[in-house]
Design a protein around this ligand. Sequence first.
Ligand SMILES: Cc1cc2nc3c(=O)[nH]c(=O)nc-3n(C[C@H](O)[C@H](O)[C@H](O)COP(=O)(O)O)c2cc1C
Length: 214
Amino acid sequence: MDKTTLANLRNNYTLNELLENNVSKNPIIQFSVWFKDAINAELVEANAMVLSTIKDSKPSARVVLLKGFDENGFVFFTNYTSHKGQELSGNNAACLTFFWDKLERQVRLEGLMEKVSSEDSDAYFWSRPRESQIGAWVSDQSTVIKGREILDEKLAFYQQKFENEVVIPRPQHWGGYVLKPQTMEFWQGRPNRLHDRLLYTHENDNWKIERLSP
Ligand SMILES: Cc1cc2nc3c(=O)[nH]c(=O)nc-3n(C[C@H](O)[C@H](O)[C@H](O)COP(=O)(O)O)c2cc1C
């Protein structure tokens, strides 16, 4: 694509507004309102979010799926020995970013990540399709493998291993993380690049709300 075409790719955001007197004082409630809007808008992956982590001052990011949220935080599931898992065990400061294009909205969360309880990991693991449960055994996530056939061989091995098991055990290296947000920023696109940004900061058991310049 030539430079001019790329430079001219831009939208003017006019769908909505985000005003102090229209938002909840609690960002988790505000998130649930926006999340419902995202579901109703039938976005392809409304629960997809970019997870950013750090290791030795070097950032990295990838998309994961939100699988639950409430006052205790925002949950996703993964392999604890993956790159992200290793990064989080060294430094549990993390950031989650949602982008809901059809709604011209972004939400950013920053906070500390903890593992969820093994009961919660079990419950989610067993709610997944059997094939996905086996997949968690097959994938040594983030390690280098020689080729696709390694996955096929391991899949065949675990399919046979669990053939007669009604309940597939959850691998110890697989489970959930929960991010307890210290800040949450809601961004609503507005005309002429003068977007609305409201930042919630958790202070003394209360949420402070401030408007940021776009
Ligand atoms: C839409 C989408 C959803 C994803 N959801 C997850 C997820 O919930 N958990 C996960 O471990 N990886 C998920 N992935 C894969 C990750 O982006 C990433 O490739 C993988 O977790 C390895 O990351 P790491 O090497 O940084 O640990 C998803 C990818 C996409 C594109």
